[in-house]
Design a binder for this molecule. Sequence first.
Ligand SMILES: [Zn+2]
Length: 122
Amino acid sequence: MATDRQNTGWVDGCRAIAYQCCGACEHIWYFRREFCPNCGASDPRMCTASGNGRVYAMSMVYRAPSDELHPHAPYLIVMVDTDEGFRMMAHGDPLLAIGDRVRARFIEFGGRLIPRFGKPET
Ligand SMILES: [Zn+2]
């Protein structure tokens, strides 16, 4: 499974959010590891998240970390508790609030395809 880089969990080109699951203790986590952080078992399996969750926290970025991203500021960063049970950070639509139900979609940002959470379309 190709990912955009080692420490993030979305699958490049597939528009899906990936996480890992332990076959021994059923623990789940977002940041990729070679072993289970709960029981130490090796060979965790890759799982694909539904993209659904709830906003846990949020922060508006007014000063972008690079010249390339300055034209995008201000933009919202959200922490989302996914329906699968792990928490992840991603971009969010501007009018979200803590506690909102959200669904991920993929957008191009700074030359990369990234997940962005917004209210689910009804
Ligand atoms: Zn485990």
